[in-house]
Design a protein around this ligand. Structure first.
Ligand code: NAD
Ligand code: UD9
Length: 455
């Protein structure tokens, strides 16, 4: 009865979470709360020190939760030899794409840390990071073997992709966790572990099936966002309001899920994970055209927005090169502070490169770099600053924004269908064929932005 699953059942298993970010930190706190001993291993000393001080750097985890976990024995560390005590290892390190190729380097390094420090007994290794289909075999199992572990023998291997949704409304325990493993014994061990923190697990017959399920979930989302982005661009051409059409289509009680156009697709998942799939397709000689085309459509949205703004400014006799533009929202989606792969940031970079003078408003971001300039975004939309611009771009519809002051703006570009209908100023909207009336009353020359400093 010394198998890892028995130790988990008796709740005297120690769990090591490798990678304490948006995914790993909540996992560590939930398993601590469930009564397990938890070691958190991260290579970022600053993050570990913050955690040891009871401070969270993850928006969805507050300081009290971290402190409570510490009080219950959670042990954040940068010392890999702390892994020697663990029975189950959960890897939640970054994965991404470099030049259209999956970057699994962190997963490989984390697996090496586990393999070279795990105790000489049966353990469980569960990967929670999102990887390309086949990576558990090609990266994880191979690295375990290279470092003296035997997958399926002394090391049970499972793929248990995280579905946490930052800023979302679902409780952690209500989101089922897929549990993929190649043998019943491995699958049961992983199932037993995760059923300590979520209400439902979804066992599948292989790690490959779980990898594909995870990538499919996010590819489905990316492709459907691309569909409405393409429809939005066409709606502009034919003078139809795409938002109205989408809302109307959304009344169909079956067979349609509502997605919305936007300035592009950002974050660490949706623009990234589908590229794992298209890379895998190209590698196996079967190009996934739909996935690749959809990604290209989403990637084209920042340029499309800049083109629309340039046309709107030209309608008022202002060139983009000399324009003063205020950006509302710089994160990748509303009500989060994350700017990873943010389309709004791409739009700022394009405007800056074209010579426009930009300033940024975002209550969720303290500092952001646009090309060579670092900005400290204003927390709220200021009337005087708005009145002094040639155009205002709503790119991220944060709940905290108060749009009433936008009546002072000469032109507002609405990239999120977030503006009130009674706004008295000229509004140009993504997905709506409206154009700016010819109006050559040129604006006064823009002043220097109030919230920037040279790097
Ligand atoms: N953030 C989300 O909402 C989310 C949701 C689902 C899945 N995922 C996936 O989960 C994985 C982790 O994402 P995240 O958002 O938590 O990343 P993150 O960047 O927030 O955190 C990753 C942490 O891992 C640490 N790290 C990197 N290499 C390491 C190593 N070799 N050993 C130990 N620690 C290491 C980093 O210092 C960092 O603290 C990614 O594959 C991501 O695609 C993320
Ligand atoms: C566990 C996990 O992997 N979770 C993911 C996470 O994904 P995420 O945090 O990256 O957030 P998303 O909401 O997908 O946004 C991504 C980008 O797409 C833009 N967008 C979105 C919807 C739309 O209709 N039109 C758009 O243009 C948006 O602005 C942003 O830039 O949560 C989603 C549930 O929220 C999950 O489904 C998804 O699996």
């Amino acid at each position: 009865m010394n198998g890892v699953r028995d130790r988990i059942i008796r709740a005297d298993a120690t769990i090591a979470v490798v990678g304490l970010g948006y995914v790993g930190l909540p996992l560590a706190c939930h398993f601590t709360e469930a009564g397990f001993g938890v070691v958190g291993f991260d290579i970022d000393l600053e993050r570990v020190e913050q955690l040891r001080d009871g401070t969270s750097y993850v928006e969805d985890v507050d300081d009290d939760t971290v402190q409570q976990a510490l009080d219950q024995g959670f042990e954040p560390t940068t010392y890999a030899n702390a892994l020697e005590e663990a029975d189950a290892f959960l890897v939640a390190v970054p994965t991404g794409v470099e030049q259209s190729e999956p970057d699994m380097s962190a997963v490989r390094k984390a697996t090496e840390s586990v393999a070279t420090n795990a105790p000489d007994r049966e353990v469980l290794f569960a990967c929670c990071s999102t990887v390309y289909p086949g990576a558990t075999d090609e990266v994880i199992r191979s690295t375990l073997r290279e470092n003296g572990r035997e997958p399926g023998e002394d090391t049970h291997v499972a793929f248990t992709p995280e579905r946490i949704n930052p800023g979302g409304s679902y409780d952690f325990k209500d989101i089922p966790i897929i549990v993929g493993a190649d043998t019943d014994e491995e699958r049961e061990a992983a199932k037993t572990l995760f059923e300590a923190i979520v209400d439902d697990t979804v066992p599948v017959e292989s790690t490959g099936a779980a990898e594909m399920a995870k990538v499919l979930e996010n590819t489905y989302r990316m492709v459907n966002i691309a569909l409405v982005n393409e429809v939005a661009q066409h709606a502009e051409e034919i003078g139809v309001d795409a938002w109205e059409a989408i809302e109307a289509a959304g009344t169909k009680p079956f067979g349609f899920q509502t997605f919305y156009p936007g300035p592009g697709v950002g974050g660490h998942c949706i623009p990234v994970d589908p590229q794992f799939l298209s890379w895998q397709g190209r590698r196996s000689g079967q190009q996934l055209n739909l996935v690749e085309q959809a990604h290209a459509i989403n990637e084209s949205m920042p340029n499309h927005v800049v083109d629309r703004v340039e046309t709107a400014l030209a309608g008022r006799g202002v060139s983009l090169e000399s324009a003063s533009v205020s950006i509302l929202g710089i994160t990748y989606k509303p009500n989060v502070g994350d700017t990873r792969n943010s389309p709004a940031l791409s739009i700022c970079e394009l405007l800056d490169t074209r010579g426009a003078n930009i300033d940024v408003v975002d209550p969720h971001v303290d500092e952001v770099r646009v090309n060579e300039t670092t900005y400290e975004p204003a927390d709220e939309i200021e009337r005087d600053a708005i009145a002094d611009t040639d155009a205002v771009l709503l790119l991220v519809d944060h709940d905290a924004f108060d749009y009433d002051v936008l009546n002072a703006a000469p032109v507002v570009f609405d990239g999120q269908d977030g503006l009130p209908d009674d706004l008295s100023t000229i509004t140009v909207a993504l997905g709506d064929g409206t154009t700016v009336e010819e109006d050559h009353s040129p604006r006064t020359s823009p002043t220097t932005s109030s919230n920037t400093f040279q790097s």
